[in-house]
Write a protein that binds this ligand. Structure first.
Ligand SMILES: Nc1ncnc2c1ncn2[C@@H]1O[C@H](COP(=O)(O)OP(=O)(O)O)[C@@H](O)[C@H]1O
Ligand SMILES: [Mg+2]
Length: 397
């Protein structure tokens, strides 16, 4: 056979037939492959389990409604296995039943080389579909850090959680979006000098695709990427909600983790970000104004029917003087505290050094706390080997 016309070699093809003539006739066109025979479906199931099969071909005795539903049993063993029925006459009702059950194809008898090659191609198609399915399943996780109070620790949490996820996995699969459009300071906290910002993405919205967006990202020394906030507050207007939404849609296909720092209010861009988030970290400091604002924000989100289950409550500056009762706080917010971050002067020191505390002082207690926060949002598929040996710390009871 000429090169390129053969649809792969060394496949395992199972012929389900009690008819020796059919078996011989079909095997003639499968000389490059391993051919297994099964006299009935029970035997075929065993073959699939024991030998592994790439394709199953049924003889015309299966070309009835009962026959195809019997044959369809093989899909219970291997749901991805391409099944082909060979039929003497193409009865529409049987054809429909076969396709509904999940047969990949029905061809008319007798088989010839072209038909067998066509069947073998189904193996390739199936593999292709599996790849596409996997690619589709690999859509990144959007994690938003919010707080309705300035200074609560959003940016500190964003930078540290992102860097921790990057250190546990592949830094080039992590991107931060600085969506605090007026006063974004992620780049300052991470010592990045951005050349491009989200403003350019918004201005080129019609042309925006993966490649253009990629070229607008800055890179931190760890390798994680950042889409910088506008360089001055007046430029925030240039970034429409539509632009933010489009950027997120692209980034979640380009990265495993999209981590978003936000402004301390519930305006339209922030709401549309929240709507698209898989996880939301609500950062609350231990004082009354923080708790009051968190309550108001949660009430608003409830009114908007936002799924509150996505929100994970994180307390910041745990051991500071203005201590509130945790139980009272949880009752008031109707949320359980899921992680807490100590107050530590290493945090501002790290900010001044331009390097998040999880990498600058990894052994500190506050870094440990921040790893606890990162664990709340880690995706075990993209980050299977997260640091062991530091069980979730129990703050309360
Ligand atoms: N746990 C903490 N311990 C000590 N200082 C902190 C802590 N969390 C935040 N800070 C400091 O508080 C200030 C505000 O934090 P930031 O993350 O910028 O808040 P936000 O982004 O919510 O406005 C920063 O100077 C930061 O270094
Ligand atoms: Mg901030």
């Amino acid at each position: 056979m000429a090169l390129g016309t053969s649809p792969g070699t060394n496949r395992t093809v199972l012929v389900v037939s009690g008819d020796q003539a059919f078996l011989d006739g079909t095997s003639r066109f499968l000389t490059d492959h391993r051919v297994l025979a099964a006299r009935n479906v029970t035997e075929a199931q065993r073959r699939i389990v024991e030998d592994g099969v790439d394709l199953a071909i049924f003889d015309p005795s299966y070309a009835t409604d009962a026959g195809v539903s019997d044959g369809g049993q093989l899909l219970h063993v291997d749901p991805e296995l391409p099944l082909v029925l060979v039929a003497d006459t193409l009865d529409m009702s049987v054809l429909r039943t076969a396709l509904r059950i999940g047969f990949a194809d029905v061809v008319d008898a007798p088989v010839d080389r072209a038909k067998v090659d066509g069947m073998l191609e189904l193996i390739e198609d199936q593999a292709q579909r599996a790849v596409l399915k996997e690619a589709k399943a690999r859509i990144g996780k959007i994690i938003t850090i919010m707080s309705p109070k300035g200074g609560a620790g959003k940016t500190m949490t964003t930078a540290n959680v992102a860097l921790q996820l990057a250190m546990w996995g592949d830094p080039s699969r992590v991107v931060i979006v600085d969506a605090d459009l007026q006063f974004g300071d992620v780049c300052i906290a991470m010592q990045i000098d951005p050349i491009h910002t989200i403003v350019e993405a918004a201005q080129d919205l019609d042309k925006l695709d993966d490649q253009l967006l990629e070229s607008l990202l800055s890179t931190h020394s760890s390798g994680l990427r950042v889409l910088a906030a506008p360089l001055e507050p007046s430029l925030a207007d240039k970034v429409s909600t539509q632009a933010v939404v489009r950027v997120l849609g692209l980034l979640k296909r380009m990265f495993d983790y999209v981590i978003i720092d936000t402004a301390p209010f519930l305006d339209e861009p922030v709401l549309s970000i929240l709507e698209r988030s898989d996880d939301v970290l609500l950062v609350v400091e231990m004082d009354l104004p923080n708790v009051k604002n968190a309550k108001l924000a949660l009430d608003t989100l409830k009114l908007l029917k936002f799924p509150l289950g996505k929100i994970k409550l994180v307390l910041n500056r745990m051991n500071s003087k203005a201590r509130l009762d945790i139980g009272e706080l949880e009752r008031s917010l109707e949320l359980e505290v899921q992680a807490a971050i100590s107050s530590d002067k290493l945090v501002p020191r790290a900010v001044n050094e331009g390097e998040p505390v999880v990498s600058l002082y990894p052994r500190s207690r506050v870094a440990k706390d921040l790893r606890g926060v990162a664990r709340l949002v880690v995706d075990y598929e993209s980050t299977p080997e997260i640091a062991e040996g530091e069980g979730q710390r129990k703050w309360f009871g």
